[in-house]
Write a protein that binds this ligand. Structure first.
Ligand SMILES: [Zn+2]
Length: 472
């Protein structure tokens, strides 16, 4: 199957240019000057399908490096399966996800990884890979890290939050980072001071402060700044590169920026919710509505200016990428578990479908450039996590993961069920998007076009990731 995408503007992280894209089978065969002639040969006459992309952007498919399909959390499971979650991703122009395989204290890392392979295999509409959560750092799990690279898993995640669930203390973090430095693995960190947060949670509940709003009060920015700093220092000591997930506090960005200015290999990810939503308007919504917006790290105060600071960090490269931390829970039967006790609300927001559209709004409003949009949503995640060249770029030889995006189009994330995530609500209801995902190819196969959805479970393949040199 040969497809020619003609007349559009190809946008990579490095620049934009009018060009035609020839897809042959699963890969991009050529990026051609407009007009699609090659040595006098009319390429359009020799393909199976021609797509007219006039007036549109042709960009690499999105790479969402932080999702949690079917994650068991807070006594329930994230409501998207790999099937429903990757279908929603495809609708929104995301053609690769990196999810998190889980090992808990007392479990074998190999078993956790095998369990996640089992959940995903045969079910994904788009390509996928895994980071490995090490929730119980001990001699066995440290030894098991040796085989991760062979398995194509080049990054793992630790938690300074959630004592009794995923939490690692400083001694465990130090050991795991030493191991990571030896192996060349990237250490990902959930940086919040969990034990101190738990004290604040119980004090607030004892005062009768049980509404979702207090989730944000308990998880104060000081808890994030302190943990981010501690993680940076431990990483510095061990020589491990560090990637801080879901950064939401401006003070945490300042810690990352200071470390980077000292020459340290540290990186930060933020998420659409920390750019657009706030403690006051959303976590503080009337009644129990704030539960929709309970995630960790929490939404921050707009009065304190965190959201503006996240945009600034994206511009200055103190933050390198935007993932979703997609971890959806329905209100009914799931978020409701926390009625009368905010600490029992399952943590998570579903955004996997909307990340490309939401971040494109930053281009519309002038917060980031068109090229930076591609960079933070596709190119950097591909490069950071060892997939660049295959993913994250429109270039000959790359996987034909291609999105045709119409800047003149419109996407309404209306009230009610206008999205494709397996949720009974969306944190993004009511958002009006300038721009539209017109066409989505995954390894040359059409997943979404004007006629709707054509993907199938099982098209998506596991992506073995390479080690990366972290000198960004
Ligand atoms: Zn997460």
């Amino acid at each position: 199957m040969k497809t020619l995408i003609r007349g559009g503007t190809v946008v990579n992280a490095t620049g934009r240019t009018p060009a035609d894209v020839l897809v042959d089978g699963e890969t991009i065969a050529a990026v051609l000057a407009p007009g699609s002639t090659l040595l006098g040969f009319d390429v359009a006459a020799h393909v199976d399908r021609v797509v007219d992309a006039t007036g549109k952007y042709v960009v690499p498919g999105g790479v969402d490096a932080h999702t949690h399909m079917e994650l068991p959390f807070g006594g329930t499971n994230a409501s998207d399966t790999f099937e429903t979650g990757t279908r929603a991703a495809a609708w929104g122009g995301t053609t690769t996800i990196v999810d998190f395989a889980v090992q808990r204290a007392g479990e074998r890392v190999q078993d956790g990884l095998a369990a996640w392979h089992e959940k995903a295999a045969g079910n994904c509409a788009v390509d996928y890979s895994f980071h490995q959560i090490i929730g119980g750092v001990d001699a066995d799990s440290l030894a098991a890290m040796d085989s991760l690279v062979e398995e194509g898993i080049t990054s793992f995640k630790l938690f300074m939050a959630y004592p009794g669930v995923f939490y690692s203390d400083d001694a465990q973090i130090l050991r795991a980072m030493q191991k990571a430095a030896d192996l060349g693995l990237l250490t990902m960190m959930h940086a919040e001071n969990g034990p101190a947060i738990d004290v604040l949670v119980s004090q607030l509940l004892a005062q009768g402060k049980t509404d979702p709003y207090y989730h944000g009060v308990a998880r104060a920015w000081q808890m994030e700044e302190e943990a981010t700093h501690r993680a940076i220092m431990l990483a510095h000591l061990t020589g491990s590169p560090l990637y801080v997930v879901h950064v939401s506090a401006k003070q945490a960005v300042e810690q990352l920026a200071a470390a980077r200015d000292r020459g340290q290999n540290v990186f930060g990810e933020t998420c659409p919710q920390y750019l657009y939503l706030s403690l006051e308007e959303h976590l503080g919504a009337p009644g129990f509505d704030g539960a929709k917006y309970v995630c960790s790290t929490p939404l921050r105060s707009r009065a304190e200016g965190h959201q503006d600071h996240m945009w600034q960090g994206l511009r200055t490269n103190d933050l390198q990428m935007v993932s979703t931390d997609h971890c959806p829970f329905c209100m009914k039967g799931q978020k409701e578990l926390g009625l009368g006790d905010f600490s029992k609300i399952p943590n998570g927001i579903g955004s996997v479908e909307h990340r490309m559209d939401l971040m494109y709004q930053g281009v519309v409003t002038g917060e980031i450039t068109l090229e930076r949009w591609v960079e933070v949503t596709s190119t950097t995640p591909a490069r950071m996590f060892g997939m660049y060249g295959r993913k994250g770029v429109i270039a000959p030889g790359a996987d034909a993961d291609v999105v045709v995006y119409d800047p003149a189009g419109h996407t309404s994330i209306g009230l009610g069920k206008t999205h494709h995530m397996n949720m009974d609500h969306s944190a993004w209801e009511g958002f009006e998007i300038d721009g539209h995902v017109d066409l989505v190819l995954s390894r040359g196969r059409v997943l979404v076009d004007d006629d709707g959805y054509h993907g199938t479970p099982g098209h998506g393949r596991f992506v073995k990731r390479d080690l990366t040199q972290y000198l960004v």
